[in-house]
Ligand binder design. Structure first.
Ligand code: XIL
Length: 341
């Protein structure tokens, strides 16, 4: 009999997984019930899933995940109120259906910005209002930093139309609808990268100074077996903790390929690769435990290797980023994490 992950880390932090609603049935559900006490929706709480067109809110898929957590004594955290992708195009169209980003007249640009922020406010209040008794941990905005874009801010439609005001609006609406118990996070990937980390730090500091209610930083932590270093991950968390912010690991997985590598091991995963993965997962969880004063949860982006977005990203190939294999058996990485507990 294998140990339960969330029981092993009970004293430290919750352990979570991102799932699709259909994983609440069948073999995945058994793994989930045993090993995790947090769940996240991999897709069904994203803007386009919940409000595909203006005023049309779809709750059924999101509710299935919430119901499953209630039945099994788990918590759910929300991903994500705002994002530049998986968001309905309607948000960014003016009353005539024209893309707001194309508008050049200053008065109309001002009116478009106002309309966009009103739509955002309604989106956030409707969702947070509905789930505030069940959900206390929220990804409010996702991936707003992009060091390659002007000013280091992702040049999304949100940003092009509203500047950073969309971020402030989303956090304020979430606080008003969710109350003081709601924990509000700004979520991003590559937060270990010093350039990105420092831009994110500056943004959060500026927003906090304006009174924008941000409680913490979500570090996606989509890493691979070669990098980044565990030290750089922890260093970033320490930096945000100094601002008085909480840290979460929100989307942990560990690709077995280097980022620029385009090879494919197929179904025959080399043992040395699985061992390397185990070593790094062990090192990572040791560091998480040692730094639990600044880290309050670890969520995997999936539960077993039969279902992971990395089979399709950045190219189609067999990947194996999680702790359980395609047959739901524990991998060397699982045992390394157990060892670290
Ligand atoms: C991914 C899902 O896993 C995929 O199923 C979907 O096709 C695209 O989005 N960063 C995030 C997540 O914040 O929402 C992404 O999830 C993975 C990267």
């Amino acid at each position: 009999d294998i140990p339960s992950l969330h029981e092993l880390f009970e004293e430290d932090f919750p352990i979570g997984a991102a799932i699709e609603p259909n994983q609440t049935n069948g073999p995945s559900s058994e793994l989930l019930k045993k090993h995790v006490n947090w769940l996240v929706a991999e897709n069904v709480m994203k803007p386009d899933a919940i409000q595909p067109s203006e005023g049309q809110f779809i709750w059924t898929n999101a509710d299935r995940i919430v119901e499953f957590t209630k039945e099994n004594n788990m918590q759910v955290r929300f991903h994500t109120l705002v994002w530049h992708t998986q968001v309905g195009a309607w948000f960014f169209q003016d009353a005539e259906g024209k893309p707001m980003v194309d508008e050049t007249d200053p008065k109309r640009r001002e009116a478009n910005k106002k309309l966009l922020l009103e739509r955002l406010d309604t989106h956030v209040r409707t969702i947070v209002g509905r789930y505030k008794d069940e959900i206390t941990s929220w990804d409010v905005v996702n991936e707003v930093i992009e060091p390659g874009d002007p000013d280091g801010m992702r040049a999304s439609e949100w940003y092009k139309i509203a500047g950073t005001d969309y971020i402030a609006t989303a956090f304020r609406a979430a606080r008003e609808a969710g109350g003081p118990e709601a924990k509000l996070y700004i979520n991003d990937y590559g937060t270990d990268n010093p350039v990105k980390r420092d831009r994110l730090f500056q943004l959060v500091k500026d927003l906090l100074e304006q009174g924008v209610p941000i409680d913490g930083v979500g570090h996606q932590t989509h890493i691979d077996i070669y990098g980044p270093s565990v030290d750089s991950i922890i260093t970033s968390m320490r930096k945000f903790a100094e601002l008085g912010l909480d840290n979460l690991v929100t989307e942990l997985d560990m690709s077995i390929y280097a980022w620029n590598d385009r090879s494919d091991y197929g179904q025959d995963l080399p043992q040395e690769i699985l061992n390397l993965q185990a070593e790094r997962y062990g090192e990572l969880f040791k560091a998480f435990r040692q730094n639990k004063d600044i880290l309050s949860g670890v969520v995997f982006w999936g539960i077993a290797d039969d279902h992971t977005w990395l089979h399709g990203f950045p190219v189609a190939r067999t990947n194996a980023p999680l702790l359980f294999d395609q047959q739901h058996q524990p991998k060397p990485a699982f045992w390394a994490v157990v060892e670290a507990a």
